[in-house]
Design a protein around this ligand. Sequence first.
Ligand code: URA
Length: 210
Amino acid sequence: MSQHLTIVDHPLVQHKLTLMREKGTHTAVFRQLLHEITQLLAYEITREMPMTTTIIQTPMEEMEAPTLAGRKLALVSILRAGNGMLDGVLDLIPLARVGFVGLYRDEKTLKPVQYYFKVPDSLGERLVIVVDPMLATGNSSVAAIDLLKGAGATNIRFLCLLAAPEGVARMKEAHPDVPIVTAALDRGLNEKGYIMPGLGDAGDRMFGTK
Ligand code: URA
């Protein structure tokens, strides 16, 4: 993808996002909307996937037809909120391989520390799509992408629902080669690192925790 940041302003995405932002929207509906928006965002982020052709036989004649090229895509969820976006992408790309990155914030250093890392093999030969609904400070996404690059990934894209300018800037500085696709770029972060106006804690809202 040529652009560093793509905001998907499709009316269906924007309408569903408004419903998700509303504080009265309940867990099950929130999860369903995230699933539906992710399908639409996944359509955008896969737009420039490499293609090749294959010879097929239609009922009428033989033709050279377009088909996806290369190894199966790797879809990587940043735990836990990223899991809410997995199925939306898998609806479109059911054969994608799936990985997980778990990070927590060290209370003393405030740096992200890895507690779980399990990703598909041959990452360097795959398009890697990292999913996490909220790009806030960018600390966890930068750390996750550091780990993925350390594991061999070279072609990475980042898919989120909402982004803050601070997180986008941090990603651009650390990983300028990683295009970001999002449904909206919000005003900024509050003092606790939450996106404003945002939608609150995405993990809590999708899993019904507090
Ligand atoms: N993570 C969230 O779930 N929400 C925010 O606003 C920021 C980070």
